[in-house]
Design a protein around this ligand. Structure first.
Ligand code: PEP
Ligand code: MG
Length: 593
């Protein structure tokens, strides 16, 4: 048994066989071909060999210029392998005689060659084996589909272990096929982690050498509650975890009794509690967990989860369905937050050195006006069918907000001209997640109807800690006094201008920090649906006066450690489940549980 430690990304226990996900590994299809396809497949093979040879020659020239002839020699070896009849002839024979597709024929040939090399105990041949692998990868990469999509690659439900899952790949995970998720990279607020929580898939991220520790088909346990992964567990561990998985399910069921009661403090202050969703299908689970509407719809997943850009009608239909489902509660639609780590086929994104500081979110939308107007029109159209609000992500200052609002005015005018109905009073908000926006929040507050604080990004930008980097995850902390002071100043600025301030980052999903935030004056929270009952429990177990006292005390402390310890001590006492449950027992008749 091997136990690996990582970062807790999504609660729960998963037990199952391992699936190692390597998107770099070309995906070799097997297909029988007809006689009429043989010539085409042969041509495809020979053309591919020729184009890989061209690339190798060009690389050889570059390497020779930059590093000298010794380093360039390796490419001569690769070119020789590529031209070797021992690879070419059996592949052609397979295509012609066995009638299989070229990728499979080539892969099969290489398997045989590799086995021959493996049988020779000689350092020289072992080194040549690495060259052959390199050539194999080059040719297969050119021949094969490079679809790294998880559901398509997986053949049975399994625990996925990967180096990293891109947001678009994570968005395609299915709860019935991905039992648990383990990644080597990433941290708790990486988008793959957020999605795993949304899908209720137990997950541990930032696990060093996870891929090298397991073989496909090994049994593994993902302990998302403690951030542990057990590979090939012994029978004792397995049975302990089976029991724990049952207990966890019971605990979750117990929390569901908070679903239908209001998010209200012990002294009767109502707090707005909504759900964050990535995909429209999650709207149902937000309601099922007792969220009063959607406080953050991350619309970029409409793009990332599909293979093409949805048009205006398709987007309008998705927003309208959700708005109707949530009514009379709100649906807050955030305009595209593409870019950063969320690169999309449609965004013409190029790789950037500092993607989180780069061309993303509102910057991307303002640079793609047509795309932006399409989305704004679609959101406005849905406002005719429910309580729809829209908000702009990554606003960094007043000019940017005014520019976004002017595109919104254009979209409004276009709809008016064509006689399309929409809610003229649709609220417009700004996501406050860039420190510069937090500092000038008093100016921004004059221009919008609400603020939603995106703590996931606000923490990373304030502390200069990449939210997706496991190596600096220990520095990523919403309890840093600088973060708390910024949040407080945003709340105060919003309130001075009579606009509500909510929090939609992961900080809202933590039962301790949401009491702290409530005490700081935050008007509402939006969190992953599964967290809603637990947050409600936390809200229901304190008075507003207690929350304010907690906030005052915490804000006066000098370090994140001191704040964390203080909150832990004060709130564990206050949030004893019995307090919230006592209240629940006293709930007026008629409240369904
Ligand atoms: C945030 O930054 O806190 C937020 C809610 O947005 P995202 O996690 O999508 O960046
Ligand atoms: Mg953000």
């Amino acid at each position: 048994m091997k136990v690996l430690k990582g970062i807790q990304a999504s609660n729960g226990i998963a037990i199952g066989p391992v699936y190692l996900h390597d998107p770099e590994e070309p995906w070799v299809d097997y297909r029988r071909i007809g006689e009429d396809e043989v010539d085409g497949e042969v041509r495809r093979f020979l053309d591919t060999l020729a184009s890989v040879a061209e690339d190798l020659k060009a690389t050889r020239v570059r390497v020779e210029e930059n590093l000298g002839p010794d380093h360039a020699q390796i490419f001569d070896a690769h070119l020789m392998i590529l031209g070797d009849a021992a690879l070419r002839e059996p592949t052609l024979a397979s295509i012609r005689k066995d009638r299989v597709n070229v990728e499979y024929a080539f892969w099969l040939t290489l398997q045989k060659v590799r086995r021959q090399f493996d049988a020779i105990q000689d350092d020289y041949f072992r080194a040549r084996r690495a060259d052959i692998l390199d050539v194999e990868r080059r040719v297969l990469s050119r021949l094969c589909r490079r679809d790294d999509s998880l559901p398509e690659r997986m053949t049975a439900p399994a625990i996925v272990i990967a180096h990293e899952l891109t947001p678009s790949n994570a968005a395609r995970m299915k709860r019935d096929s991905v039992l648990g998720m383990v990644t080597e990279a990433g941290a708790a607020t990486s988008h793959a982690s957020i999605i795993a929580r949304g899908l209720e898939i137990p997950a541990v991220v930032g696990v060093d050498a996870a891929l090298a520790s397991a073989e496909p088909g090994d049994t593994a346990i993902v302990d998302g509650n403690r951030g542990l992964v057990c590979i090939r567990p012994d029978p004792d561990t397995l049975s302990r975890y089976r029991a724990e998985a049952r207990r966890f399910t019971e605990l979750q069921k117990g929390l569901l009794r908070f679903t239908d009661v209001p998010a209200e403090t012990l002294d009767g202050v109502r707090v707005c509690l909504q759900g964050n969703i990535e995909l429209p299908e999650e709207g149902r689970s937000a309601l099922a967990y007792g969220a009063e509407g959607i406080g953050l719809f991350r619309t970029e997943y409409l793009y990332l989860a599909g293979s093409s850009l949805p048009g205006e009608d398709e987007q309008a239909a998705a927003y309208t369905r959700l708005a109707e489902q949530m009514a009379p509660h709100p649906l807050v639609v955030r305009t595209l937050d593409l870019g950063g780590d969320k690169l999309a086929h449609a965004s013409h994104a190029t790789e950037e050195t500092n993607p989180f500081l780069g061309w993303r979110a509102i910057r991307h939308s303002l640079a793609n006006r047509d795309l932006f107007r399409i989305q704004l029109r679609a959101i406005l159209r849905s406002s005719a069918s429910g309580n729809v609000k829209l908000m702009f992500p990554m606003i960094s200052g007043v000019e940017e907000l005014l520019e976004a609002k002017s595109v919104l005015s254009e979209a409004r005018a276009e709809l008016k001209r064509s006689g399309v109905p929409f809610d003229e009073d649709c609220d417009v908000g700004a996501v406050i997640e860039v420190p510069s926006a937090a500092v000038v929040a008093d100016q921004l507050a004059r221009e919008v109807n609400f603020f939603s604080i995106g703590t996931n990004d606000l923490v990373q930008y304030t502390l200069a800690v990449d939210r997706g980097n496991e190596r600096v995850a220990y520095l990523y902390d919403p309890y840093h006094p600088a973060v708390l002071r910024l949040i407080k100043s945003v709340v105060d600025a919003g309130h001075r201008h009579d606009i509500p301030v909510t929090v939609c980052g992961e900080m809202a999903a933590d039962p301790h920090s949401c009491v702290l935030l409530m005490g700081m004056g935050v008007d509402g929270f939006s969190a992953g649906p599964r967290m809603v009952p637990e947050i409600k429990q936390a809200i229901r177990s304190v008075t507003m006066e207690e929350a304010r006292a907690v906030a005052e005390e915490a804000l006066a402390l000098p370090t994140r450690g001191a704040i964390r310890d203080y909150l832990h001590g004060a709130l564990t006492r206050m949030q004893a489940p019995s307090r919230a449950l006592d209240e629940l027992e006293e709930e007026p008749a008629g409240v369904e549980r």
